[in-house]
Write a protein that binds this ligand. Structure first.
Ligand SMILES: [Zn+2]
Length: 206
């Protein structure tokens, strides 16, 4: 597995491209904006995209969804609880950021414990509500794509509609910190980190 990180959109969202080097297939996690930059990496790496995974429904994670769907025709996955956000400018924060956003609908829903085989790779879904009601983290081998649930030494905001501080702390403690120490965390913003590092250094989790 090879992971390419692309910083996209106006507030530096991490879009991840997860590639199976054995067959050239891959998935895109959170195409949040700057479609041209994502496409450039897909073309350079010659990735055949088999799925588009969304960690949650906020605008800065779905901003280039329409373009990437159009280009790849790959199925879009999001949790049931966050799915309505794709078409709701209030809950996906587009209205809040003063813009419009037109997203294609989801093809599939995923949730806690689901195991999805795509592009010859296995992905496990962890429901991690708190930043949004339907936020998920996506596990692949020893990597976790965390969206805005946990960041390097920080956590996601809980003051947007549907957010909950107690839920996000519970999600991180019960779903993320229980993973093997050396698991690498790939957050929706900022640098990657590890379970071990966050256990010891994240001020919100002490
Ligand atoms: Zn968010």
């Amino acid at each position: 597995m090879k992971i390419k990180s692309v910083e996209v959109g106006p507030i530096g969202t991490n879009c991840y491209i997860v590639i199976n080097e054995n067959n050239g297939q891959g998935v895109v996690v959170d195409p949040g904006g700057s479609a041209n930059r994502i496409v450039e990496v897909l073309q350079r790496e010659k990735v055949e995209v088999k799925g588009i995974f969304l960690t949650h429904g906020h605008m800065d994670h779905i901003g280039a969804l329409a373009e990437i769907k159009e280009l790849t025709q790959a199925p879009i996955y999001i949790s049931k609880a966050d799915e309505p956000m794709l078409a709701n400018p209030e809950s996906n924060l587009a209205a809040f950021m003063g813009t419009e956003l037109h997203c294609p609908p989801a093809d599939k829903n995923y949730g806690q414990g689901d195991e999805i085989e795509l592009a010859g790779m296995k992905f496990k879904i962890l429901a991690t509500p708190g930043h949004t009601p339907g936020g998920v983290c996506i596990v692949c081998e020893n990597a976790v794509f965390c969206g805005d649930t946990v960041f390097c030494e920080s956590i996601g905001r809980t003051d947007f509609p549907g957010g909950s501080y107690s839920q996000i702390i519970e999600s991180i403690k019960n779903k993320i910190l229980v993973l093997p120490q050396e698991t690498t965390l790939y957050p929706g913003h900022g640098p990657s980190t590890s379970v071990d590092w966050e256990k010891r250094r994240n001020p919100f989790l002490q």
